[in-house]
Design a protein around this ligand. Structure first.
Ligand SMILES: N=c1c2ncn([C@@H]3O[C@H](COP(=O)(O)OP(=O)(O)OP(=O)(O)O)[C@@H](O)[C@H]3O)c2ncn1[C@@H]1O[C@H](COP(=O)(O)O)[C@@H](O)[C@H]1O
Length: 105
């Protein structure tokens, strides 16, 4: 795992139950899953707009906001980027077409 992701996830975990008035992450945890999910949606939309109209610098910034908020959403559910990477690893060597078929059951 990239150490930068590990450090971010450690900070996010440490903010669970912290004082919401002194921490943005703690304030999001306090507002609950629906608010965190809403932020992920907003940041995804801003990432799309940046990709289509605003250039690579803005896209990098918005993608960082998206990954940051996604990390909080995962932590809120007791999951981590490691879980997501394991899922991607599981898909390695499986074609996209096969993967789609396996999801349909
Ligand atoms: N990487 C980030 C990071 N990226 C973005 N943001 C904040 O995410 C917020 C979302 O941006 P918006 O423009 O949507 O903000 P907004 O309009 O105030 O949001 P809402 O009113 O909709 O909630 C802003 O307040 C940003 O400052 C971040 N806040 C914190 N971090 C990391 O998280 C760590 C812990 O932060 P605290 O919990 O605040 O100590 C920090 O040290 C950083 O490493």
């Amino acid at each position: 795992m990239d150490p930068r992701i590990e450090r971010l996830e450690a900070v996010i975990k440490a903010r669970k139950g912290a004082d919401p008035s002194s921490s943005y992450v703690a304030s999001l945890f306090a507002k609950g899953t629906a608010k965190i999910a809403q932020k992920v949606g907003e940041e995804a939309t801003e990432t799309i707009i940046a990709a289509l109209h605003e250039g690579p610098e803005k896209l990098t910034s918005e993608a960082a906001d998206l990954l940051f908020h996604l990390s909080i959403l995962l932590a809120d559910a007791g999951l981590s980027m490691d879980d997501v990477l394991s899922e991607l690893e599981r898909r390695e060597g499986v074609s996209g077409i096969e993967e789609k078929a396996s999801r349909k059951g």
